[in-house]
Design a binder for this molecule. Structure first.
Ligand SMILES: C[S@@+](CC[C@H](N)C(=O)[O-])C[C@H]1O[C@@H](n2cnc3c(N)ncnc32)[C@H](O)[C@@H]1O
Length: 303
């Protein structure tokens, strides 16, 4: 009898705990447990990604749906969340209805590693570092310009285009009190040999660029009117930016190139020289040989 009373008391306690447990007490299913991103961090990440109503955001491992719902409610974006946890998927759908965004969002029961997210313009994740790394090759093949945001964990050798550390007192799990947020833009492939003719002081000068690329970073050797130079710069999606200076003792006025890459052509402007004597010119370059991304050390077969 005494044992029965104890069992009953235990059942009451367990029922009470379940009744008041916050949604994050749900463990999640799959390769990482469920821990929600604090709402203030979700807001910051969507702001970093400049989410807008033309976007299609996909949250890989969507939990209670907060990234998806916020993207739809605050910015009018369309959004998809995938998760394996049926409890969380149901909760996410309920939350979407409560927030009146059910017409713009979808939650799908699916393994995120099997999800086709090639249509996304923004991808968000709060996953373990090894999961981010596993997703990275697929992310790198997304359309150039696709924005990616990740909470707390980065993408190995693919350094972010922007990162922030946020103080979040209400965060109790993961890194308590602190959230690291990371932002990348999928770069276009600029690697390869390019040729251009630029009018400098009324004279047509031939340029050749031999660009190497490691994720979004570009550098390499160049020739400007037969003089050897070197370049260093960055891709942001299809936008190209690099500076050109003389190599070693070789003298080339500093050039700051900007342009837009489309297929095998770059068009843009270049600032030649510095200070009061600086001039601006337009430039168009054609790729004569396509290169490849340099393999990262943290990839199988990387350098
Ligand atoms: C850390 S939580 C993040 C939830 C939400 N994105 C957020 O930031 O609030 C990770 C989520 O991924 C889900 N998950 C884990 N492995 C998964 C997999 N292989 N496929 C789909 N979802 C997965 C878990 O169920 C959990 O909801």
């Amino acid at each position: 009898m005494k044992l029965l009373k104890q069992v009953r008391a235990l059942v009451v306690v367990v029922a009470a705990v379940v009744a008041v447990a916050p949604s994050w007490a749900q463990t999640g299913v799959g390769d990482v447990v469920y821990v929600p991103t604090p709402q203030i961090v979700v807001d910051e990440m969507l702001m970093m990604a400049k989410v807008n109503k033309a976007d299609y955001l996909i949250d890989l491992g969507s939990g209670d749906g907060r990234f998806v719902i916020t993207a739809a409610k605050k910015y009018g974006a369309k959004a998809l969340g995938v998760d394996l946890d049926t409890f969380l998927l149901k909760l996410a759908n309920e939350n979407a209805r409560k927030e009146n965004v059910a017409d713009r969002v979808t939650f799908r029961e699916q393994n995120l590693f099997e999800t086709d997210f090639s249509e996304a313009t923004v991808v968000s994740t709060y996953l373990l570092p090894e999961m981010n790394l596993r997703l990275r090759p697929k992310i790198m093949r997304l359309k150039p310009g696709t924005r990616v945001v990740a909470h707390d964990y980065s993408m190995g050798d693919w350094y972010p285009d922007e990162q922030k550390t946020l103080v979040v007192p209400e965060k109790k799990v993961g890194n308590p009190g602190i959230s690291y947020v990371f932002y990348w833009v999928v770069p276009a492939l600029a690697a390869g040999k390019w040729q251009s003719t630029i009018s400098v002081g009324g004279k047509d000068v031939p340029y050749e660029f031999d660009l190497e690329q490691f994720f979004q970073n570009i550098d390499g050797n160049a020739q400007a009117g037969g003089v050897n130079g070197e370049m260093r710069g960055k891709m942001i999606g299809e936008q190209v930016r690099f500076s050109l200076t003389g190599k070693g003792a070789q003298k080339i006025e500093r050039h700051e190139f900007q342009g837009q890459l489309a297929g095998e052509t770059i068009t843009g402007t270049v600032r030649i020289g510095e200070g009061a004597t600086a001039r601006q010119a337009t430039w168009t370059a054609k790729r004569i040989k396509r290169g490849e991304l340099i393999r990262a050390q943290d990839e199988p077969g990387g350098k």
